[in-house]
Design a binder for this molecule. Structure first.
Ligand code: ATP
Length: 248
């Protein structure tokens, strides 16, 4: 379980997080929504110790992130960043995915198995010898996810995983998130996409101006004025809302 206890975070004199309480359990998908600049990424970076709270604390399976290193925490919490440009540093897809498990001290066969498993999970089997930087935006996103999955962490943070994916890629992410949950991982899904949150999450948190504006079941989003929170209304969402009100 990851526990976020009344955290504040200030940057350049500005309070970006203003007293946030949140939890993420294993086997749970939590969607984190909110407008640009609300503090979602800042909050998520606290979960693997990349950022430390100015006030309050974060416990990862009981470990206080202030007393632990990022290296140690990254064995528990994997993070697929929103921006991928500077993420890849090898010349081959296989090597890119193998780097993480290799650094955990696994033997060659075990690493190979992990790499193949992670690549097939994201739909990149057969891409082993491609150059990471020659991939399309959506394929790079899948590769970044595979790199984190290969680490075998108990918690996975996906920061805007569908932002550069087409319809098929979107569906693949939905399936992947469901699979991670079935494997007992805790998934934090940062997104602007209400449809994605409704489709895969068990619980949602809406962050607004560094504070939690809503926390509850995904269907609860349908009672909010989504525009107010920088979230897009779609026809499908309107239909969901109506069918809920009419009780079908
Ligand atoms: N490295 C930084 N230096 C200074 N300010 C920063 C830095 N990173 C983020 N901020 C500021 O902190 C606030 C929250 O940013 P954050 O990236 O956490 O928001 P977000 O909700 O993830 O937004 P988005 O949906 O646009 O990704 C913003 O006002 C942003 O400008």
């Amino acid at each position: 379980m990851i526990l976020v206890e009344s955290i504040h975070h200030s940057r350049n004199g500005k309070e970006v997080l203003r007293g946030v309480n949140m939890s993420l359990d294993r086997g749970e998908v939590l969607a984190l929504l909110g407008p640009n600049g609300a503090g979602k990424t800042t909050l998520a970076k606290h979960l693997n110790g990349l950022l430390k709270p100015t006030k309050g604390r974060v416990l990862v399976d009981g470990i206080d992130t202030r007393k632990s290193s990022v290296a140690e925490l990254s064995r528990k919490v994997g993070y697929v960043f929103q921006r991928l440009e500077r993420m890849f540093f090898t010349g081959r897809v296989f090597d890119e995915v193998a780097f993480g498990p290799g650094s955990l001290g696994m033997d060659e066969n075990e690493v190979k198995e992990r790499v193949e498993w992670a690549l097939s999970l994201v739909g990149l089997k057969g891409y082993e010898n491609r150059k990471p930087l020659s991939l399309s935006g959506g394929e790079m996103r899948k590769l970044a996810i595979a790199c984190v999955l290969a680490m075998g962490t108990d918690y996975v943070i996906l920061d805007e995983p569908t932002s550069d994916l087409d319809g098929r890629g979107f569906k693949a992410v939905v399936e992947l998130v469901k699979r991670l949950r079935a494997e007992g991982k805790g998934v934090l899904l940062i997104t602007h996409d209400v449809e994605l949150a409704l489709e895969v999450s068990d619980r949602v948190v809406v962050l607004f101006n560094g504070r939690i504006a809503f926390e509850g079941k995904p269907e609860g989003l349908l009672n909010l004025n989504l525009w107010e929170y920088g979230l897009r209304e779609t026809r499908w969402i309107e239909l969901m809302r109506r069918s809920l009100i009419e009780g079908h």
